[in-house]
Structures are given as C-alpha cells and as structure tokens.
Design a protein around this ligand. Sequence first.
Ligand code: NAD
Length: 327
Amino acid sequence: MSDAHKVTVVPEAVIAGLLSEEEAFEAVEATFGAMARGAAYNFPVIREAIGHADALYGFKSGFDRESLAMGLKSGGYWPGNEARGLTNHQSTVILFDADTGRVKALVGGNLLTALRTAAASAVSIRHLARPDARVLGMIGAGHQSTFQMRAALKQRDFEKVVGWNYHPEMLVRLETLAGELGLPFEAVSLEEMGAQADVIVSITSSFAPSMMADWVRPGTHLACMGTDTKGKQEVEAALLARATVFTDEITQSVSIGEAQHAVAAGLIAEGDIVEIGAVINGAHPGRSTADEITLFDGTGVGLQDLAVAAKVVEVAVARGGATELAF
Ligand code: NAD
C-alpha cells in the first residue's frame, strides 16, 4: 500500500491574477447558503497569544458536505513583520481530500482573506440593501478597505462614496480608488455619513463604537466587517436593536462579532439574528420595507476561506499557476 500522491501548491504571488471578485462572491454566497441548510459547518476557532514575537496564532476550519471543501486556514498576526519587509497578517490554507483525508492543496491565504471578506459584505449588500442605494459610506481606510469598497460598488448603481477614518490621513486610499472608478469622494463626519449614506461598510480594528444609532437613517444597510474578536466594536449596540440583524454564523456573531455587545446588554437576543444564508436560500425574506435598517455582522468564517481556496485551486489547475509536489 502506498499513500504517495500529488499535492497542488498555489503560491500567494499568483493568486492576484487567478481569482476574480465575481468568483469569490459566488464561492462565498454558496458557502453561506450551505451553512444555513446545515450542510456545512465551522469548527470552533482557535486564536492564541503564543508568547513569542508578540504573535497571535491560530486556525479556522470546517467542512462542507455539499462542495466537500475540507481543511483549515492557519496563521495570525506578527506585529514585527513589517520591519522585516513582510506582511503582518500571515495565513495559509490547507485543503484535504474529504474521501481519504489526504492533504490535497497548499494555498496562500493573505489575498484570499481580503477577497473572501469583501465578498461577504458584497453578498450582504446584494441581498439586503435597497435597490435604489446610491451613496456608499466607508468607515475605515486600512488594508482591507479598498477590497471592501471595490466589491461593494459592484452591487448597486452607486454615484458617490463618503468616507470617515479614525486616522484621517489614510482616507486618501479611498479617495484614490473612488477616482480610479470615476466616482466623487467626500470625507465626512460620521453624523454626516449617517445622513447621506444608503449603504455603510465598516472595516476597522476599533474597540469602541464609532457610528451611533441615532445617526443612521431609516432604510440604511450596514455591513460591519471589522469586529472579529471579543471586545472589538464598530457601531453603538443600540443600533442593532433598531435594525434587523443578519450574520454569517450566529455562534460567532454573539461571541466575537458586532452582536456580542447588544446581546450582552440584553438589547437583542441570539434568536433575533438571522443567518444570511437563509436569505440566500429563500427561507427568510431579507429586507421587508424600504425604511428597515438592515445590519450584516460579518465575523469571518473558516468555510469562506476553504471555499475561495478550493476555487483558486480549480482555476490554477485549469489555467496554469499551480505546481505539484510529490507527497
Ligand atoms: P488595518 O490595520 O490595515 O487598518 C485598521 C483600520 O482601523 C484603519 O482604518 C484604522 O484607522 C482603523 N482604526 C484603528 N484604530 C481605530 C479606533 N480606535 N477607532 C476606529 N478606527 C480605528 O487593518 P485591516 O487589515 O484593514 O483590517 C481591519 C479590521 O478588519 C481588523 O480589525 C481585522 O481584524 C478585521 N478583519 C475582519 C475580517 C472578517 O472576516 N470579518 C477579515 C479580515 C479582517
């Protein structure tokens, strides 16, 4: 008996040219649908301060019985990397063969993380924002922000972008992208954003609310994407009580997502939160009135990583870009 086989390797450097935003969108949308049908589930997330290099290390994993995506994304945050000319956030996806348990592929996970996170908020906009949304509000101007903005702008006929960032000098990043895409950009206060925006995407590392409940006007859709850890927070908890709250996964939403604060304060209950997959599958109507505030709590699940990694392996094998290792 020999277990020798080939392992497909898709290096970080080739991924940019391989996976389109549309492919990432479709992979993430299908995954959310499978999760809500109970066909796919995420294993509990591990993320630990390891007491070396100030690093946070861990993994996200899961299994999708429909697509047979199985594996894990491992990595974390090494704050000293930048000084070495390396990216602080590091991750790699390992895929396994669901029929045999043998390792199938090694895939760079850094760009994929940005693409799958942007795809998640885009999926929420596609399914929950008002069809006539015209002004996009961006809270946050860090590494993820431009991926978020690009994917969001594809979902409606947006005519303008308004932006706010805790560090205002970083807003040039959003302004430049808006210019490239031929849209006007305005730096605004958060109150002004609430008054103007039809859709608001937040992607910050904040531990205190930036957007207050009273500043958001009826009919707005918010995609809160930054809160993925206990203690982080981007919007006032009272906003979740005003909104219909959707999420990728309820377990993560109430423990590490934006909803953790509203649930802890008793403003909403776990049972009030709807999995976005239920909307995708047609089991929940999603937005029911033009005045409803909808809020997507995007916590980031391992199955998103597996879905986009599986897609990029498929594309790399078909179009070139993958190498094979004897294993
Ligand atoms: P980054 O470090 O490049 O940018 C951080 C952003 O947060 C900047 O806009 C910065 O100005 C802002 N910020 C910092 N301190 C703040 C404060 N006190 N109040 C308000 N804003 C503040 O990070 P990034 O790579 O763009 O990631 C942003 C966040 O998104 C991180 O918290 C990250 O963990 C999270 N994230 C979530 C997912 C997901 O699936 N939900 C995926 C990737 C990243």
